[in-house]
Design a protein around this ligand. Structure first.
Ligand code: IMP
Length: 199
């Protein structure tokens, strides 16, 4: 799938995504195979949903899942990492082996907050898995035990990742070439990626 106007370029194709996720799934299965209870995968809504679905399918051990949703921190570049939980876990994670599942680690503020916040609830162990790691943008150093792909400092959409709520169901990762152009016209890529359905 390509976009004829070149506003978005394929960065990670479907087959490549599947291979990278299988690799991480295998690694996690090996590491987490001999726990007293199945590990709890915590999907960070909404971006991690597609990754979580494929990751858990690729794992060769029993897992449980739960979801958490947090508000975006201020876009002023503040490094305080102040975020707020808007949908909390249903499961009590005390004594559990927990893996936070993220779509992308960018500045690291979100994951840093989640590690701190979930760490205070007394899990037996706490790890993080991410589909994408934008290492070049890191503001706070944060541990990421499992990472499927490192990506350059470009805005990406697809496979769960959005721009203004759009593009999550694109089955591959696209690099947005001109973010200003997309901000001006958020539907720009939709017209080249999907058949238009509305009048
Ligand atoms: P953080 O900067 O590491 O705290 O990442 C915060 C969140 O910003 C991620 O979980 C994503 O939802 C979002 N994000 C960061 N970079 C991108 C991107 O390139 N595309 C889409 N969303 C992104």
């Amino acid at each position: 799938m390509t976009s004829p106007d070149h506003a978005g370029e394929p960065l990670i194709a479907r087959r490549e995504l599947a291979c990278g996720i299988d690799r991480v799934g295998m690694q996690m299965s090996n590491d987490l195979a001999s726990l007293p209870r199945p590990p709890l995968l915590v999907g960070v809504l909404k971006g991690s949903t597609l990754f979580l679905a494929d990751l858990m399918r690729s794992m060769q051990i029993e897992v449980e899942i739960d979801f958490i949703s947090i508000s975006a921190y201020s876009s002023t570049g503040s490094s305080s990492g102040v975020v707020r939980i808007v949908k909390d876990l249903e499961v009590d994670i005390a004594g559990r082996d927990v893996v936070i599942v993220e779509d992308i680690v960018d500045t690291g503020l979100t994951l840093n907050y989640l590690r701190r916040s979930l760490g205070e609830r007394g899990p037996r162990s706490l790890r993080a898995a991410t589909l994408l790691d934008k290492v070049a943008r890191r503001i706070v150093p944060v541990e990421v035990e499992y990472s499927a792909f490192e990506v350059p400092d470009v805005f990406v959409v697809g496979y769960g990742l959005d721009f203004q709520g759009l593009y999550r169901n694109v089955p591959e990762i696209l690099a947005v070439k001109d973010i200003a152009k997309l901000a001006n016209d958020p539907m720009l890529l939709v017209r080249s990626l999907f058949v238009e359905t509305s009048a």
